[in-house]
Ligand binder design. Structure first.
Ligand SMILES: C[S@@+](CC[C@H](N)C(=O)[O-])C[C@H]1O[C@@H](n2cnc3c(N)ncnc32)[C@H](O)[C@@H]1O
Length: 341
């Protein structure tokens, strides 16, 4: 039976050609010439308005359902494309390593070396409505980096991504569909308040007057999942204070006199934590993780010989193992730009 209430949205009826079809096997040509019948097309999918699953749906609901069907029907193509892209990128990377343009990756860790940490981390992703689309995408990319750092770390932490809503979920499904299988990371719609004892929570925030001395085993450190170029100043700190949760800043000010703001990206905060667990040395962790661009005009604190020099011109004699900060290469800076969006 025709459903005359459901005149398809003009956007919904398209003439894109494709072999994908849903319940109807009618060809696309037929569908487009058959506009007075109940056969319609949407992005190459032909569908029959008489099909019970389409009946009674509003234009928007119909569009959503069709979109989902297109998405599912093109999964194999997408995966194939992603695989090829990954292969191409690895080949390019191998070539750059061979040519000495970029350094080779650090050797893979032996499984026996890895000792999971009992420090826990929450990524509070309740801020998607504060961000533009590109910022939400950047957040997803930063979370992927956290996961990579966790995998590469000697002491991986257990991560809980809380308030994981559909906005972020959709991006993950599109960009990294295997995320549900990742180890040591849980995604939940729940808030951290539903998952953990309040007394163990510490919200990390550059705005806090408290400073983290060490990462403690029984604590759950919350990182605000937001990419905002600090447009929403004090947002996370205010939230934590209102909820009666302890807050603390990383001890950056004790090691570095930063020329720019001390607010770091989600992944840099996470990577610093992972590095600290490995080295128990904040200075080393900051110098290795904070991007060269940010360190460029900073000064190391407490090193009299170097006090007047710019950190990026210095080879530190302390725990940085002659780590010349200026060696943080262009690649590093390029990545930071992408992350900071
Ligand atoms: C890009 S920042 C968010 C800035 C945001 N306007 C806010 O209200 O905090 C992302 C998160 O990284 C963590 N973070 C960034 N810099 C930090 C610092 N210096 N000390 C502790 N945590 C920091 C915080 O958890 C913060 O919420």
């Amino acid at each position: 039976m025709a459903n005359n209430d459901q005149t398809p949205d003009p956007e919904v009826t398209t003439t894109t050609t494709s072999t994908i079809s849903t319940t109807s096997t009618i060809s696309n040509d037929e569908a487009t010439t058959n506009t007075n019948s109940n056969i319609r097309t949407y992005q190459g999918i032909t569908y029959d308005m008489n099909d019970p699953k389409y009946q009674g749906l509003s234009k928007n609901a119909l569009k959503r359902l069709l979109k989902e069907e297109v998405w599912n029907a093109t999964r194999n193509e997408r995966n194939k494309y992603q695989k090829e892209k990954k292969k191409r990128k690895s080949a390019e990377r191998r070539k750059l390593i061979q040519e000495g343009v970029i350094p080779p990756p650090p050797p893979k860790r032996q499984k026996t070396e890895i000792e999971p940490s009992s420090v826990r981390v929450v990524m509070d992703c309740s801020f998607t409505s504060y961000m533009h689309d590109t910022e939400n995408k950047s957040l997803q990319a930063q979370l992927v980096r956290c996961h990579s750092a966790n995998r590469a770390g000697l002491h991986p932490m257990q991560i809980t991504v809380t308030s994981f809503d559909d906005t972020l979920k959709d991006i993950f499904e599109k960009k990294t569909p295997t995320f549900t299988n990742w180890k040591n990371i849980e995604f939940t719609k729940d808030s951290y308040l539903d998952k953990f004892d309040k007394s163990n929570l510490v919200y990390l925030s550059a705005d806090s007057d408290n400073v983290v001395r060490e990462l403690e085993d029984d604590k759950v450190y919350i990182i605000g999942g937001i990419v905002d170029k600090n447009r929403h100043k004090g947002l996370c700190h205010n939230k934590a204070t209102e909820q009666g949760i302890a807050t603390a800043a990383l001890p950056i000010g004790e090691y570095l006199q930063m020329a720019s703001r001390k607010v770091l990206t989600v992944n840099h905060v996470y990577e610093i934590m992972i590095k600290w667990l490995e080295t128990r040395n904040w200075e080393k962790a900051f110098l290795e993780i904070i991007p060269g661009r940010k360190l460029k005009e900073s000064k190391l604190i407490g090193d009299e010989n170097q006090e007047e020099e710019e950190v990026n011109e210095v080879t530190t004699s302390s725990s940085t193992d002659n780590n010349d900060i200026s060696n943080k290469n262009d690649e590093d800076n390029k990545e930071d730009k992408e992350e900071e969006q």
